[in-house]
Design a protein around this ligand. Structure first.
Ligand code: COA
Length: 417
């Protein structure tokens, strides 16, 4: 039987755009009752951003807000504040990712919330952590990637700092926040008290750039980085350079061309030269003579001519598609994968089967694809449901809070909900 471990946890989801919504969406999949609080009339800006169907919530919204309920509330109006106050008294967690100080200006500082409900966990995403010299800045994804060290270390050495397509600043921060919230929930079981949990986008990016801080210290000490393409023929400055498609660990790797690369921009595989797999690599690509050749048989010997080696592997790949190449290399236990497009991923049967990509039916837009839970449990199979329409659950939530129909109608009239 599938149980939902977060059932019974009530979350006020005061989040918008991507970082906060990614966090609360995941908690909703695992059973929490997530009430998304949105401004009447407009709601989360992503409902309208990059729409592909004129009157339907944009995919940007639907893919980050599944399994939630939507409550419209103007928290700058007195009645709105009163509703939020009641909600705080009955909830376990409040998650927000407003600009710095917005919650305080609304009258719901951490101290005020704690006074209303000492068990409350208040979880926030900001661009920079409290007390940082940039803590007054509003921040979006790419800003965080630049501030957290990802941009200066991504891309090619002869190009500008580069942004990753993966949401290192947004969804990644949301995942960090989810870990923080769950930790605070367990902490509360021990102490009976809530607490404030804060995650900054800069810190979350930096956490994923840990190996680049490793490299900075190695560079400071020895003046070069032996696994970077700049070694041994190029030069190093005193900062970690952009390493193109080099592997970040001790295993050299590169994106290599396969059959059809001249016309297909994604006819590539990622190929890794794992140290102990050198002999299988040589056998796989028909270069047995390299196995014991002192110019090839150690990582140190290979590095000065690593790109010639990659070139020879590309010659072997020239008559193989990326799929054929991986099917051969997997038999030799070589870590590799085809470079997959979003179209290929959307149609990948294995991802559909595992629930990593799911089709959801939405009241207005019909069927659409979304990314399901990347976390798999033996006793929980998250069921991904459609995102709510703006204010779809306002009446239900207000009734649960004890408001009469007349009071709800009055608040609708005044624009408070
Ligand atoms: N009722 C009434 N007012 C509401 C409301 C509601 N339901 N929801 C939001 N508001 C108000 C806020 O109180 C705030 O008012 P104030 O600034 O006058 O006090 C106002 O809306 C604007 O909120 P803000 O979050 O600052 O929006 P923004 O569009 O100017 O900025 C971000 C957007 C994302 C840049 C900013 O929220 C931010 O930096 N967030 C933290 C980092 C982050 O999460 N970035 C995005 C990652 S996807």
């Amino acid at each position: 039987m599938s149980n939902k471990p977060l059932e019974g946890i009530k979350i006020i989801d005061f989040t918008h755009v991507q970082a906060g919504p990614a966090c609360t969406q995941m908690l909703a999949w695992f059973g929490a009752d997530v009430i998304k609080v949105e401004r009447p009339g407009s709601g989360d800006v992503t409902r309208n951003q990059l729409r592909d169907i004129p009157d339907a919530d944009a995919l940007y919204f639907t893919m980050l807000n599944s399994n939630k309920r939507s409550l419209t509330l103007d928290t700058k109006k007195a009645e709105g504040k009163e509703v939020l106050t009641r909600l705080i008294k009955e909830s376990d967690v409040l998650v927000e990712n407003f600009g710095p100080g917005a919650l305080d200006r609304m009258g719901f500082s951490w101290e005020n919330i704690k006074a209303l409900n000492p068990k409350m966990i208040v979880a926030s995403v900001k661009g920079f952590s409290d007390g940082h010299h940039y803590d007054d800045l509003k921040v979006y994804e790419n800003v965080a990637q630049c501030a957290g060290g990802a941009a200066s270390t991504t891309g090619f050495w002869d190009g500008p700092p580069t942004i990753s397509a993966a949401a290192l600043g947004d969804s990644n921060t949301g995942m960090h926040l989810a870990i923080g919230i769950l930790t605070a929930i367990i902490g509360r079981q021990q102490t009976g008290k809530g607490q404030k949990v804060a995650v900054s986008m800069q810190d979350s990016v930096l956490n994923l750039c840990r190996v680049k801080l490793r490299d900075q210290q190695r560079l400071d000490r020895v003046g070069y980085l032996e696994e970077y393409p700049q070694y041994p023929h190029g030069t190093f400055s005193d900062v970690v350079p952009r390493g193109g498609n080099a592997g970040g660990g001790g295993q050299p790797g590169w994106v290599l061309k396969c059959k059809g690369w001249e016309t297909d921009p994604n006819a590539y595989i990622y190929f890794t030269i794992q140290g102990h797999a050198w002999a299988p690599i040589c056998r796989a690509i028909g270069k047995e003579q390299w196995i014991d050749d002192p110019d090839y048989n150690t990582a140190e010997a290979r590095q000065p001519h690593i790109f010639d080696i990659f070139g020879k592997i590309e010659e072997w790949l020239a008559d193989k598609t990326k799929y054929e190449a991986v099917d051969i290399l997997r038999k030799f236990d070589i870590p590799c994968a085809p470079v997959l497009t979003m179209k290929e991923l959307a149609n990948d049967e294995s991802l559909r089967k595992s629930g990593s990509i799911v089709e959801v039916d939405h009241k207005v837009r019909g069927k659409y694809l979304t990314v399901g839970s990347p976390i798999k449990f033996s006793d929980l199979k998250p069921e991904i449901k459609a995102s709510p329409l703006l204010g779809e659950h306002t009446a239900d939530v207000l009734a649960e809070l004890g408001y009469s129909r007349e009071q709800v109608a009055q608040m609708q009239e005044s624009g408070a909900v």
